[in-house]
Ligand binder design. Structure first.
Ligand SMILES: [Zn+2]
Length: 623
């Protein structure tokens, strides 16, 4: 009798190496006698901003023991490559003299201070994400053998007016360059400008790295919104971090007579960088959070009119410009809430609430407005970061970010007394950023819908999860792989195909799809968020991606899809946020973008489009 071989079982899904990375980030374990924070002096904006305006502050970085570099548990700062006349050598921030003096005094002339600046700002940006999500955030790069997972930071990265994060190199690299012969502002003609000394540039690049750790497929530019989102989101984080510096906020608010939209010190991004490249008569920061000249119209509640027309969503815009539309939408909602919350202060002071910008304010009023602006900025920063857990895993659209923001905030804060969500929806609407398939700009229509039926993932209820001491930290890589298998088995079960919209291996392919790779479980992570009323909410967020080859008009390309699954502590699926392969409009959009605005990111090999590596380097080169 002939030997009949049974075919190998079809693989239902794969597990990405990224799943286990979550266990390889191990922030410093504090012993009970160690201090909580390390005070360090830094530039709050950049060296061009006078100390009188709060240009220097002492910040409190979460304490960790540091080796010379500084090298900590998350970042490894490299001293190499300092351009003349700067000199640098490894900086030992644990030196008792430096511990007593809150680090080195800020000066662009001391190369070692550059190391302190990047270490502090990278650490503070990381801390903002950790605070919002209640867990450690893993970098997207694999650690070198036998070493912990750390991001390398190069303040003297390369000559040139730019900076960049590279997943391939596992680093943040900051450029330096000579200012113009007649630059704007107080920038020294032909002086040395180091992007590592710009708070905004460092926070922006660190955010790129954190976002890549959270959503790795956001580095695949499958539609114009994807690179625009990476840019816009990184600017949003940098902008809201301005408001953590009380001195800067107070002084800017005093100068602007209480109007946040006039406080360009707060709404400008990378001012020195922009001034160094501007002609003296045309001083402009690199970017700004305010997109209207008539600042009175920069308000979520303003009706768009002939004289009040913010820059609108347009898929033909260059990615940074398109990202700025998103930044302005979020920043406008923020300034609207601050206005709503501070109107009562003006009334108490006997001033017209419409007065901002027109009358000088007394100190107590400035302090009260600044305090409120700082608190609201902190809340916005949390909402913006938390929304990432509610984004689809790939092919992100700006309208979907609005849905993620509204759902993330609505899950935590039911009442919305001050209208945070209404302001966000209005400001997105004012800029024509609409989510697909949403017929009304109302909260119930915009938020993601829960599945119709009750779905429970037995293996992912919190009582089944193993942690390392606290729920923000998984036990180990083995436990993470077990969770990934539980998720993979559940989402690829043919019974749930409609909920998660994955193409099951072995199943007939949808029309126009020539090949489907097995679904890939990218991550399973706990999220722990503190609501404004003090409640702590836990969820588990899983990310599954899939790639399909599409044939369209005789050409071939890969399309990304998949689903984000949000699961409650009982194991019940709260949301399945998916990207379908059957959507003809999605196919057409990607096909058009690869031939048009995203041409720089794709190359052709015969009839096939192939993705080029290093999206961010290409993206920053467009600037
Ligand atoms: Zn960028």
């Amino acid at each position: 009798m002939a030997n009949v071989k049974t075919p190998p079982p079809i693989k239902r899904y794969d597990i990405s190496d990224r799943v286990a990375l979550q266990a390889s980030v191990r922030p410093f374990e504090r012993d009970p006698h160690a201090p909580l924070v390390r005070p360090l002096r830094i530039y709050t904006l950049d060296p061009s901003v006078s100390d009188r305006l709060g240009g220097v502050a002492t910040v409190f970085v979460p304490y960790e023991k540091l080796a010379p570099g500084p090298v900590g548990s998350l970042f490894k700062v490299s001293w190499e490559g300092a351009p003349a006349p700067l000199k640098a050598e490894p900086l030992n921030l644990d030196d008792p003299d430096l511990l007593l003096s809150s680090g080195l005094a800020p000066t662009p002339a001391n190369g070692r201070f550059h190391l302190q600046m990047v270490y502090a700002v990278c650490s503070l940006t990381y801390a903002a994400f950790k605070r919002a999500l209640g867990r450690d955030i893993a970098w997207a790069t694999a650690p070198p053998a036998g070493e912990p997972l750390r991001l390398v930071v190069r303040p003297f990265g390369f000559p040139g007016p730019n900076a960049g994060y590279s997943r391939e190199a596992g680093d943040l690299s900051f450029g330096y360059f000579k200012a113009r012969r007649e630059p704007a502002g107080f920038v020294v003609p032909e002086g040395l400008i180091c992007t590592a000394l710009s708070h905004d540039v460092v926070a922006h690049e660190t955010t790129h790295a954190l976002l890549d750790g959270l959503r790795t497929s956001f580095m695949d530019p499958t539609n114009v919104d994807v690179p625009a989102f990476h840019e816009g989101f990184s600017d949003i984080v940098a902008l809201f971090l301005h408001f953590t510096y009380a001195d800067v906020v107070e002084k800017a608010i005093r100068e602007a007579g209480g109007s946040l939209t006039r406080a360009s010190l707060l709404s400008d991004l990378a001012r020195e960088f922009g001034y160094a490249r501007s002609k003296s008569a045309r001083a402009a920061a690199l970017r700004s959070g305010v997109d209207l000249d008539g600042v009175a119209g920069f308000d979520s509640d303003a009706l768009p009119s002939k004289d009040n027309r913010p820059k609108c969503y347009d898929p033909d815009l260059e990615p940074h410009a398109l990202g700025s539309v998103l930044v302005s939408a979020v920043f406008e909602a923020f300034t609207t809430i601050v206005r709503r919350k501070t109107e009562r202060f003006f009334r108490i002071a006997g001033l017209d609430p419409q007065a901002p910008g027109r009358v000088p304010l007394n100190d107590a009023l400035v302090k009260a407005i600044a305090q409120e602006a700082g608190d609201v900025a902190g809340q916005f920063l949390n909402i913006c970061i938390r929304a990432i857990d509610y984004c689809p895993p790939a092919d992100m659209e700006l309208g979907e970010y609005l849905r993620a923001l509204i759902t993330a905030d609505g899950d935590l804060e039911k009442s919305d007394k001050w209208g945070f969500r209404e302001a966000l929806m209005r400001s997105f609407r004012r800029r024509h950023i609409f989510p697909d398939h949403v017929k009304f700009m109302t909260e119930d229509a915009v938020r993601w819908q829960s599945p119709d039926s009750t779905l429970r993932v037995q293996g992912l209820a919190f009582r089944k999860l193993r942690f390392d001491g606290e729920p923000g930290r998984p036990a180990d890589a083995t436990e993470l792989r077990r969770q990934a298998r539980a998720l993979g088995n559940f989402v690829t079960d043919p019974k749930h195909a409609r909920v998660f919209q994955l193409v099951a291996p072995g199943a007939p392919l949808p029309k126009g799809v020539t090949q489907a790779s097995p679904p890939l479980v990218q991550s399973v992570r706990v999220t722990r968020r503190a609501a404004p009323d003090g409640r702590i909410l836990f969820d588990l967020v899983g990310e599954v991606t899939q790639s399909c080859t599409i044939q369209r008009e005789g050409e071939l390309f890969d399309m990304n899809g998949g689903c984000t699954v949000v699961i409650d502590p009982q194991g019940q699926v709260r949301y399945g946020i998916y990207k379908r392969f059957t959507s003809e409009s999605r196919r057409a959009r990607q096909h058009a973008a690869m031939r048009g605005p995203l041409k720089a990111f794709w190359k052709r090999s015969g009839r096939r489009f192939l993705l080029q590596p290093e999206m961010l380097r290409r993206l920053h080169a467009l600037e």
